[in-house]
Design a protein around this ligand. Structure first.
Ligand code: SF4
Length: 536
């Protein structure tokens, strides 16, 4: 039995057969889909006698911080959620859960559960896990503390009544790397608040290096962002860049453990070690150096997130990275990118730095041309937009739908089958500096313009499932059972959306003109040229 048991819910220990973006299955409405779908798509991380041999990165950071702060190796375990019974006993003082979306209040879940009317898969699994832990607590008469932390911990605090019923003793909100040891000792001795708000942030040197392999080879290259979008939580944190040697240490550890992948996590990879804090012109040398280092260990190097403006600001940097990781028709680089809205007015109002070094007026053009740069170099951007940004107008929303149509047409004309992107609209969630605004409830609040935005995004997504999925999953044998399911699922969503819109009096077939913008980016720009922006 172990003193500190660290774990998470099963949606975060599933590998989803390595299907790109299927990690979002956790956000799907559990009560609206056949249960076999979840069973079919689930594939859990390996464990040895209940100890996770690969674990979500956040858990690995807590583990590393506790070991650094004086806990012994045999006192801390990162356990598979299905096997926690093995580790919880009379010596256990804390069972801590790392959670991302435990109550289903995240933007993706709120979108897919009709504003929380249905229950998302993550919540189902979180509740299951907590109930199991409580059953163990009762059956064995134990008095350990049940703690929830991680980026979704705020949701547990937000749902106070449910939290009480679940008998969660502490919720930890904020980054804990620098205070983990003290925090856990305070919890053990009963000296911690019920909701612990961690003030301040760890400095780079206080962020520990992981000591065991991370899920899918994920390693963090920076924390925080700095672009200043008003709805965004990461934006509230100070931007910090992890030194190359520390990143390398983590990649080496993962690769040594047999994980042939380096997933470089950041809010925006093109901001790695950025020096130009006014225009956010990428520090291309630093970004390229990062990829070069990672490529020394594996060919499968992917960023998690990036801003399209950074890619367009320096196309040569993208080209160079693609050369380094040998991107090509059989080896695409996936990246999640914020599209948010096509409206220069809204982007200027809420996200005034997102398009830099370009201007808000250029934003739709930046999205079109930036996607061209990405696609041309075999990068597949998965965009997200926001549905229900406070103060949006019909014109703003219709412009987003028109931009999706424009990008589809223009990119396919120029690049043929190399043109790929998805757009997933997410419900506005009052976060960051917009905390005092209302949650967006699609059923009650949707307007015609928002409907067209949503409908055209899904129509395009369906198209990408049909033509893009075989491209990005070429070497994955799970494509065979998954492809028919995915195409059917996407078709049903589009059909359902049409019907739902028509019932509300919206015309899904309203003719929308493409925007008057063109692909104009020049090619073969070398990444170290600093003055490209002026050239446009
Ligand atoms: S660019 Fe992305 S991570 Fe950065 S502040 Fe804006 S929304 Fe947040």
């Amino acid at each position: 039995m172990t003193r500190i048991v660290l774990t998470t819910d099963e949606t975060l220990t599933s590998t989803y057969h390595d299907v790109p973006l299927l990690d979002f299955l956790g956000c799907a409405p559990y009560d609206k889909l056949p249960k076999w779908v979840f069973r079919l798509l689930d594939s859990q991380l390996p464990d040895e006698n209940g100890v996770l041999t690969q674990a979500p990165y956040g858990l690995r950071k807590v583990e590393a911080a506790l070991l650094r702060d004086g806990f012994r190796r045999d006192e801390v375990v990162v356990a598979h959620p299905r096997k926690i019974e093995r580790f919880i006993g009379k010596d256990t003082t804390v069972v801590a859960l790392y959670e991302m979306d435990p109550m289903g209040l995240g933007p993706v879940s709120m979108m897919f559960t009709n504003g929380g009317k249905w229950t998302n898969y993550t919540k189902v699994k979180f509740l299951e896990l907590v109930e199991r832990i409580n059953r163990i607590r009762d059956a064995k008469g134990l008095d350990f503390k049940l703690v929830v932390g991680g980026p979704g911990a705020w949701q547990v605090d937000f749902r106070k009544e449910e939290r009480e019923k679940l008998r969660i003793d502490h919720v930890v909100i904020g980054e804990a790397d620098h205070v983990a040891g003290e925090l856990f000792r305070d919890i053990e001795t009963g000296n911690a608040d019920e909701t612990i708000f961690i003030k301040g942030w760890p400095r780079v040197e206080q962020i520990p290096t992981i000591v065991a392999p991370s899920y899918k080879g994920l390693v963090e290259v920076m924390r925080g962002c700095g672009r200043g979008c008003r709805f965004c939580e990461p934006n509230l944190r100070v931007a910090r860049y992890i030194p190359l040697e520390k990143i390398e240490e983590e990649i080496r550890l993962n690769v040594k453990a047999g994980i042939d992948h380096a997933w470089l996590h950041s809010e925006d990879i093109f901001l790695y070690k950025v020096e130009d804090r006014k225009n956010f012109y990428p520090n291309a040398e630093a970004v390229v150096e990062l990829f070069e280092m990672a490529r020394g260990y594996t060919r499968n190097v992917n960023p998690t997130h990036g801003a399209v403006a950074g890619a367009l600001a320096n196309p040569g940097m993208i080209e160079r990275i693609s050369e380094i990781v040998e991107a090509g028709p059989d080896h695409w680089i996936g990246i999640q990118v914020g599209f948010e809205t096509a409206s220069p007015r809204l982007i200027g109002k809420y996200m005034n730095n997102k398009m830099k070094p370009f201007s808000p007026e250029e934003w739709p053009w930046v999205l079109l041309n930036g996607t061209y740069v990405l696609n041309k170099n075999y990068w597949f951007p998965a965009y997200t937009t926001i549905l229900g940004l406070p103060g949006d107008t019909e014109e703003d929303e219709i412009m987003t739908a028109r931009l999706i149509i424009t990008m589809e047409k223009e990119l396919e004309e120029k690049l043929g089958n190399r043109a790929h992107f998805t757009v997933t609209p997410l419900a506005f969630i009052p976060m960051g500096l917009l905390k005092d605004q209302e949650f967006y409830r699609i059923d009650e609040m949707i307007t015609y313009g928002q409907f067209l935005h949503l409908y055209h995004a899904w129509r395009h997504l369906y198209r990408e499932v049909v033509r893009g999925l075989p491209t990005v999953m070429k070497d994955n044998p799970f494509l065979i059972p998954f492809y028919p399911l995915a195409t059917l699922g996407a078709r049903l969503v589009v059909r359902h959306l049409r019907k739902w819109g028509i019932e509300r009096g919206f015309d899904p077939d309203k003719r929308l003109e493409p925007l008057d913008i063109r692909i104009e980016v020049e090619e073969h720009r070398w990444y170290s040229t600093p003055s490209l922006v002026e050239a446009y």
